[in-house]
Design a protein around this ligand. Structure first.
Ligand code: CP
Length: 341
């Protein structure tokens, strides 16, 4: 039996129960603020490890992690694969395009098949909202949502929070949470699981969130989630501390939502001139993949002192290592994390 690593900010977590009692990571909406902070704190050790020449810690030795991706991905798939391998797991990637899904196998039968192979964790990306929960209900191991339709992309929001925390701390801020910060999320809010997960995560950590999109790309009634809604990007940026840009999710659009990419850039593209409306030294974020010249100009995306886009990618590996470690503690028999299944 291995020992429980000491959480660096254990005083924040409730006494008694587990710091993270969930079997799965389906959405930020299911997490308490202290559970989000726990995962961020846990990731710090992996940020440090990943910056060393040798990046290996055999915590998950003997465990099998299956990455089942039914949609394209660069960052999420690679970082889950790297995360699992750096923790010593056997990692297998299943791409839907080369699987029996193409022969008509259902999602549930695919899940039952992966479960029968005794996976120890399954990471799912799927185009349908709710697909990850559906699979979690059918299998015996932890399931991690790597993005499901327009619903949630929890590890993206967590890595964004970790990247922002690091950027603020690098500027000398305490950055325990984001209280007092105003963060603009601008782009295709309607189709974006990243926007939804980030709205929930940033608000849980104390930030004020402004959502900005053309009317056709803003979900009706989103104000009920506590965000300020803008259709004028210049107004949304006024005095903001962070601008988080999202691409147009054309793969999820049926019909024409914007007149043209050029028109969209004119009204909603982040240019250097437009960024000047935000707070002095405001930070720039983007989950990727970027469409340069549409939602963001290269001049802004590549600003060394303001853009933290590559830091977001770096933090993606650390957050996914933390998630895989924490969610497999019970199966590994880590002391204090419940009986092994
Ligand atoms: N941000 C994100 O999910 O990127 P990928 O689609 O490349 O995984």
């Amino acid at each position: 039996m291995t020992s429980t690593p000491n959480p660096p900010h254990a005083a924040r977590y409730p006494a008694g129960g587990l710091a993270f009692p969930h079997r799965d990571l389906i959405g930020i909406g299911q997490l308490e603020r202290h559970e989000i902070l726990f995962l961020l704190d846990e990731a710090e050790q992996w940020v440090a490890l990943n910056r060393q020449a040798t990046k290996h810690e055999n915590l998950l030795s003997g465990l099998t992690v299956i990455n089942a991706f039914f949609e394209n991905s660069t960052r999420t798939l690679l970082s889950f694969e790297i995360a699992g391998k750096r923790l010593g797991a056997d990692v297998v990637n299943m791409h839907a395009a080369q699987s029996s899904v193409k022969k008509g196998e259902t999602l549930i039968d695919t899940a039952i098949t992966l479960n029968a192979m005794r996976a120890d964790a399954i990471v799912i990306r799927h185009g349908s909202s709710g697909a990850t929960q559906l699979i979690a209900d059918k299998v015996d191991c932890p399931v991690l949502n790597a993005g499901d339709g327009q619903h949630e992309h929890p590890t993206q929001a967590l890595l964004d929070a970790l990247a922002l925390r690091h950027a603020l701390r690098a500027r000398g801020a305490a950055a325990e949470d984001f209280t007092g910060l105003t963060i603009v999320i601008c782009g295709d809010i309607l189709h974006s699981r990243v926007a939804r997960s980030n709205l929930l995560c940033l608000q849980a950590l104390g930030a004020s969130v402004r959502l900005c999109a053309p009317p056709a790309l803003m979900p009706v009634g989103i104000e009920a989630m506590g965000a300020e809604v803008f259709h004028d990007f210049d107004a949304a940026l006024e005095g903001a501390d962070v601008a988080m840009m999202l691409r147009l999710q054309t793969e999820r659009m049926s019909g024409q939502f914007i007149p043209s990419a050029r028109e969209y850039h004119h009204l909603y593209g982040l240019t250097k001139e437009r960024l000047d409306r935000a707070a002095k030294d405001a930070l720039v974020m983007h989950p990727g993949p970027m469409n340069r010249g549409v939602e963001i100009d290269s001049e802004v995306a590549d600003m060394i002192d303001r853009s933290i886009i590559t830091r977001q990618v770096e933090m993606g590996v650390a957050i996914r290592m933390a998630a895989l470690d924490v969610l497999t503690r019970r199966a590994r028999g880590v002391a204090g994390w419940g009986e092994a299944a």
